[in-house]
Each structure stands twice: as C-alpha cells, then as structure tokens.
Design a protein around this ligand. Structure first.
Ligand SMILES: Nc1ncnc2c1ncn2[C@@H]1O[C@H](COP(=O)(O)OP(=O)(O)OP(=O)(O)O)[C@@H](O)[C@H]1O
Length: 243
C-alpha cells in the first residue's frame, strides 16, 4: 500500500434542481490525512460519492495520481485504488466478520485462501481477529465501525475515504481509532480523507481541513487556521455568513 494524490477540480452535482455541491476544488497530497467538514446537508457525502463513482459529477473532474476517475463505475474506481466506508454501516448479513473482509480482499486476491489470510491479517491490525467467526450483524457499534474500515482496507486502496467512522464511539474508542489511523498512515503512506463531525478526531488526525457549507467550499487550512476562521465559526454557530 502507498498513497495516491487526489485532485478535485470544480466538481458539482445537483439533484432535481437542488444544488448539493457547487464548484468544489481541493487536493489531498499523496500520503496526507485531510478532513472534510461542514454542517449536516452541506454536501460532504455527495462529494465522496462523486469520488467513489456513485455519482458522475455534473461539472468538473476528479483525478487520482493524475488519472481522471470521475465518471468511472464504482468497481473501476475501486480498481484504481479508492476504498471507502459508508456512514450507515451495512455489513453483509449472514456472513461472519472474516467472510465480510474476505469479500473485500477478493477484489485484488482472487484465490480464496490468500484473500482469507489477508483479511485475517487486517482483522488482527484492527483488534477484531478474536471476533472473526462471529456474525457481522452481532457486533457492537464500535466493532462494526472497525469492520467497515477493515472491509475498505481489504481492497488495498491508495486513497481511503472514511465517512464518519467515529460517530457513536466513546472518547476512549475514538482515541483507539485515531491511533490506528495514524499508525496505518505512517506505516503505509496511505492517503486518507475523512468526513467527520467529531472535532477531537479531526484535530488529532488532519494536516489540512476543507470546510463546506451549502455545497460550496468556504474555507481550507490547517486545524489551527480553521479553528479561528470567521466564516467557519459563523457556520458552526448558526450565524449568517458574511456578505
Ligand atoms: N440522492 C439524492 N437525491 C436527492 N437529494 C440528495 C441526494 N443525496 C444528497 N441529496 C441532498 O444533497 C444535499 C447534500 O447532502 P449530503 O448527504 O451530501 O450532505 P452531508 O454534508 O454529507 O450531510 P450529513 O453530514 O448530514 O451526512 C442535501 O440537501 C441532501 O438532501
């Protein structure tokens, strides 16, 4: 695993006249951990869906290591090296934890034995190995979040998109996930972009933060810059944006 550079150039998407995302541009350098934040309904998941091939942007382009991936089908975007988690955790029901992760690993390792061994190794890293034979749906929320990360990692991405993997976790569980992601990034150089409402995690992980509101990018900078950015404070305090 190593990281890829992500470049969003003027992407936009409307749903039946509702402008969900408008003219959003930002880069995530190879090997960086960056965050995408903003109030509910700001367009964050729509941006992820445009990167991951769920939606074709109405405008603009998405490039991974210089190669255009916008408009490709989700499986081809995955082939190109993009792994993602979903905000609503949906493991394959009726499959064990190990089988769930093996499905992801089969993407690049078509031999079942090899895929299963790779999946087991990822479960070990995430502290889920001792629960590998449990039914996925029987896991607690923190473990389901870990399983979601494990499934995305099993596809051996160069860019990992994490959609609210800290939601619902207790502070100590958040710290465990933060340490895991920091360690993963250090060991592998994997590029990570996270959508996150848990500011404790964003501040600990992200070297750069992009803020969106009403579908538009309103700020970008280091955690320290964002923490004192007036437009960001206004959005989070619910005050009108400056003209
Ligand atoms: N498939 C869709 N069809 C119609 N409208 C949609 C669709 N997906 C998203 N939207 C709308 O686009 C806007 C942006 O939604 P999006 O889910 O991207 O926001 P978000 O920033 O991820 O919000 P949250 O933090 O609540 O997850 C919202 O107004 C939402 O209702």
């Amino acid at each position: 695993m190593s990281g890829a550079r992500l470049e969003l150039d003027g992407i936009g998407k409307s749903f039946r006249g509702l402008r969900a995302v408008h003219d959003v541009s930002f880069d995530v350098p190879a090997g960086a951990i960056n965050a995408l934040i903003g109030p509910n309904g700001a367009g964050k998941t729509t941006i992820f869906n445009m990167i991951a091939g769920v939606y074709r942007p109405d405008a603009g382009s998405v490039r991974l290591d210089g190669r255009q991936i916008s408009g490709l089908r989700p499986d081809l975007v995955c082939d190109a090296g993009v792994g993602r988690t979903f905000q609503i955790v949906k493991p394959f029901k009726g499959l064990s934890v190990l089988e769930n992760v093996t499905v992801g690993a089969l993407h690049r390792r078509p031999r079942l034995g090899e895929a299963r061994a790779y999946a087991a190794d990822i479960l070990m890293q995430l502290g889920l190995h001792d629960r590998r034979h449990q039914a996925a749906e029987s896991l607690t929320l923190p473990d389901r979040k870990r399983l979601e990360v494990a499934r995305a990692l099993a596809t051996e991405p160069k860019l990992l998109l994490l959609d609210e993997v800290m939601a619902g976790l207790r502070p100590t569980e958040i710290d465990v996930m933060v340490s895991f992601l920091q360690d993963l990034n250090r060991r592998t150089g994997l590029t990570i972009l996270l959508i996150e409402h848990v500011m404790r995690a964003v501040m600990a992980l992200a070297s750069n933060i992009v803020v969106v509101s009403y579908g538009e990018k309103i700020a970008e900078g280091t955690p320290a810059e964002i923490a004192r950015h007036q437009a960001v404070l206004d959005v989070y305090l619910g005050e009108p944006e400056p003209a």
